[in-house]
Ligand binder design. Sequence first.
Ligand SMILES: [Zn+2]
Ligand SMILES: [Zn+2]
Length: 379
Amino acid sequence: MSKYQQIIPTANKIIKKYDLCDHCLGRLFSKQLHLSSNKLLGKKLKNNLAIERCYICKNLFEHLDHFLKLMIDVSSNYSFTSFSVGAIIKPSIVDKDDFIRSQFKLKGIDSIKTDITKELGRKYSRKTKKTIDHLNPEITFTVNLKDESCELRSKSITLSGRYTKTKRGYPQKQKSCENCLGKGCRICDFHGISKFDSVEGVISKFVFKKFGGTIAKFTWIGGEDQSSLVLNAGRPFFVKIQNPLKRKAKLSDVISDSIKIHHLKLVNESPKRSLKFNSTIRVKITTTSEIDSQGLKKLKILTSNPVVVYDKSGKRSEKKIFNVKYTKKSKNMFNLIIKAEGGLPIKRFVIGDDVTPGISTLLESPCVCERFDFLDIEV
Ligand SMILES: [Zn+2]
Ligand SMILES: [Zn+2]
């Protein structure tokens, strides 16, 4: 007896008791027969028997084109190649599906939800030539068959790049939109920021123009003061764009006043852990007592042992200093150029505020950091 003949008695029992559509009946047996079309199997088993209304799905499969149209509408502005489909269906439908399965002891078959999402995926793929990808789709549809709506989520994309800042006065970070505090609202176009007058603002404006999207999340490789310059090759950063409309674009350098963004490229993701980096920093320092070159020589000792830094919470860390250079500018002012491990708090380092040894301590005179600029950042 063939596998097909073996299932006929059970199928007949079910048909006798319940009205099922071709999809729902076929689904109950297609897996064990290794058939891919539930509909054709159901049709064959029912032998063209007509039904009014499917006991399980209430003829949902006849209306899938309506949901297909919702999917096409909601995705019309997006460029992508792969997608997956999820569905929300009425609990009563799931319950009836479970009920039939347990009543007839049917195991290892697709749920009605799986069948609906498969069917919608097939239809959408046929219509748009996009590829179904369950593991890592660029676009995820959630079709809600309860309230007849469709949501779309577009997987984020990440870019890396570097920026330089050749004029003082631009902050690195942008203040959040005052209305939503950064969560995203209508006023800020769901970006979470409504002004673009910072390094973050300049980069955000560019990526939103190129890729669309809602919120841009930054990972900075270190930071600087509003009054600091960032020179030469600049500071590296990563930016993750949520819900992008596009996933590819031609990228060029961006210049906005004194901020330049360069080396922009798409990358797989932002670094998971904070990256180690070293910075070369030029610090302008004024002193209370007069200084002489002999006294400044004491700063050379900084390279022999790491500097110990305590943060506000009391956490201790060590920062190596690799290189120290200084130039006396006047009786009470000198420039210090150091190459140090990233994250050394420069102003506190100069004053000696929970950073040992600090510049003030070494020179035995209270010192103040007037400003500091970044000459190089290497990752
Ligand atoms: Zn059905
Ligand atoms: Zn807002």
